[in-house]
Design a binder for this molecule. Sequence first.
Ligand code: 5RP
Length: 220
Amino acid sequence: MSQYDEAKKRVALEALKYIKSDAVIGVGTGSTVNALIDVLPQVASRCQAFVASSKVTAERLKQVGCLVDSPNQHAFVDVYFDGADECDPHGRLIKGGGGAMTGERIVASMAKQFICLVDHSKLVPRLGRFPVAVEVLSMARSQVARSLLALGGDPVYRENFKTDHGNDVLDVYGLPLTDPVRIADTIERLIGVVGHGLFVDLKPAFTLVAYEDRVQTLSY
Ligand code: 5RP
C-alpha cells in the first residue's frame, strides 16, 4: 500500500469513531470515501442504513455488504462523510472532481453532521485553483457557459462524461472567488444549472486531515 493510500486508510479509520449505533450514514464519492467504504464493514451491523451520493458509491457499498437506501427513504442522515478537491481555512470546499456534486449536495443537505475527509494536499489558503464543476442540462450548456464567462470564469465542457442524472458538466477555471457565497448564489440562479461543486453553504462541521503519520481535526 502506498503512503498515500495508507493516509487515506488512517483518516477512514478515524472517521469510524463518529458513527453511532443505529445511525443513518450518508456516503459521498471519491477515492477517500472509497477508503472509508473499505472499512465500513467493521461497523455496518450497528448502522441503520446507508444513503449514497452517487451510483458508483451505491455499488461499492453493496459490494462490501452494506444496505443502500434512496435519499427519499429518509428525512435526514445522522452523519455525512465526503471528500473534497479543495478545503479552505473556513471549511469551504470545492468538490465535483468526480462529477457527483449534485448527489453530494443532496445528501449533505440532509445531514445533521457533515464530516469532510481529505489528505493534507487538499488544504488551500483560498479556493480557486481547482475548477468549479457545474452540472447543467444539455440544452442549456452553451447559454450557461456564456453566463459563466461573464462572471469571469473559463468554462470547459467535460467531454465524454454524463452525470448520474444524464446531464453535462462544465469545469469552470479562474472564477473570481473572493466572495464564494455570492458566486455560488449567482451560479445557482442560472437557468439550466442543476448543481455545482462550490460547498460554501453546506460546510462540514469539521475536517479530518490525513498526514503521513497522523490525522488532524480542523473544526470551524
Ligand atoms: C466527487 C468529489 C470528491 O469528493 C472529490 O473529487 C475528492 O475526491 P478524492 O477523495 O478522490 O480526492 O467531489 O464528485
